[in-house]
Write a protein that binds this ligand. Structure first.
Ligand code: GDP
Length: 393
């Protein structure tokens, strides 16, 4: 079967091409907006509509006959017609799609029209070079396109005219903007004589046990607090051994718990500590039963804080989804690990902005106890925007 694709700035023009080339019996099989070079498309509004058509297929067309005129909300001038030929009542594109499909089609059609309208609007508001460079810089930092565009538009709206062409001032402005959006919790507040129980949860391999070792060493050796450990890792024997090794080196009491029932006794044993750090087995966030099981352990332990540990190498969407799924166990803070491994950190922005979970710690290496720092809004903003002087060195 011969399929042909046509690209044009508007649906109307694309259909005209189909008709001119394949004749009135062509069946339109598929339409989509073509992903263009993203910088170019944003700047120039140069989006394209791609139509796939064939004369050899005998299926209902996926497009209504008169795409440009069926929506009364259309505010743009009607698409250009070809005066020499006039406009026949029948566009030549066959239309015999069922009613349900029709609904979806006109929705699609409206979306396409809206996109074309928006891109024409963008074109009229030319972006100064300095803002364009800022946009490109944000994309390079792995900030998603939509978010980068939002930020640049906000900067553009808020920056006084004198600032609009100064890249240094624009960067400073976007940094302040993102910094203001960052929520941090500060370090774990440990008071002598008042036991605080802090659990770390998160998927397997993100660095929970290593982070616990770093925190335990810090509070025990630097802050001279009494620190105890609990592990509820019932699935990975190696993880228990890993924590036990740290407990031995730092000289900390440690309890191993394999059922929620044993938790009460374990916490009683560590009653005289200032800080109890609890390691938990990695849980697949998709595994609802395991999330509930984890919740049972945490409830039994009466955890004061539950820090969700996530690796900064994960994708933006996966990070947000995992955080949502772990929210069911009562997470109170966020630890971001492996910052040293990620080439860019803009993927963290949707997770950390807008005060979802406050960030407590950042870890940037495997070394215990050194490779950890308390999260701070300015540094977080610089990291996620790729504007930290230490990045990439
Ligand atoms: P858990 O399964 O969540 O307890 O993860 P682990 O603590 O066992 O860590 C898994 C691996 O990640 C180990 O090899 C750690 O050394 C490594 N790791 C932990 N934190 C960091 C970090 O901040 N940077 C890097 N590069 N590796 C880390």
């Amino acid at each position: 079967m011969e399929l042909k694709t046509y690209r044009a700035a508007t649906m109307h023009e694309a259909l005209a091409l189909v008709r001119r080339d394949l004749g009135p019996d062509a069946a339109v099989l598929h339409t989509r907006e073509v992903p263009h070079n993203r910088l170019l498309s944003w700047l120039t509004g140069a989006r394209q509509i791609e139509v796939t058509a064939s004369v050899q297929v005998n299926v209902p067309s996926r497009l209504p006959a008169e795409p440009a005129e069926s929506d009364p909300r259309e505010s743009d001038p009607p698409p250009r017609r070809e005066p020499s030929r006039g406009r026949p009542k029948d566009t030549g594109i066959r239309l015999d799609a069922p009613a349900g499909v029709q609904g979806q089609l006109s929705e699609l059609q409206n979306m396409v029209r809206e996109l074309c309208r928006q891109s024409r609007g963008d074109k009229q508001r030319e972006l100064p070079d300095s803002l364009f460079r800022l946009f490109a810089e944000l994309l390079d930092a792995d900030v998603g396109e939509d978010l980068a565009r939002d930020l640049v538009e906000r900067v553009r709206a808020e920056a006084p005219d004198a600032e609009q062409h100064d890249p240094v001032l624009l960067r400073a402005r976007v940094l302040r903007m993102v910094e203001a959006d960052m929520a941090v919790s500060g370090p774990i507040a440990v008071t002598r004589g008042q036991r605080r129980l802090v659990a770390l949860v998160g998927p397997t391999g993100v660095g929970k046990t290593t982070t616990i070792a770093k925190l335990a060493a810090h509070y025990r050796l630097k802050e001279k607090r009494r620190v105890g450990l609990i592990t509820v890792d019932t699935y990975r024997i190696a993880a228990v051994e890993q924590l036990r090794t740290y407990a031995d080196i730092i000289d900390l009491p440690m309890q191993v718990v394999s059922t929620p029932r044993e938790m009460r006794e374990a916490t009683r044993q560590l009653d005289n500590m200032d800080l109890v750090l609890m390691d938990t087995a990695g849980r697949s966030p998709r595994d609802e039963i395991k999330i509930q099981e984890l919740k049972a352990f945490l409830t039994e332990a009466r955890a004061d804080e539950v820090h969700l540990v996530l690796s900064s190498g994960a994708g933006a969407r996966a990070l947000v989804q995992t955080a949502q799924q772990f929210a069911a166990v009562g997470t109170t803070a966020l630890v971001l690990t492996k910052l040293d491994e990620a080439p860019a950190l803009g993927n963290l922005l949707p997770l950390v902005r807008g005060g979802r979970l406050p960030v407590s710690y950042l870890t940037n290496g495997q070394n215990v106890p050194d490779d950890i720092e308390t999260a701070e809004p300015g540094r977080l903003a610089r990291l996620v925007l790729g504007m930290d002087p230490a990045q990439g060195k």
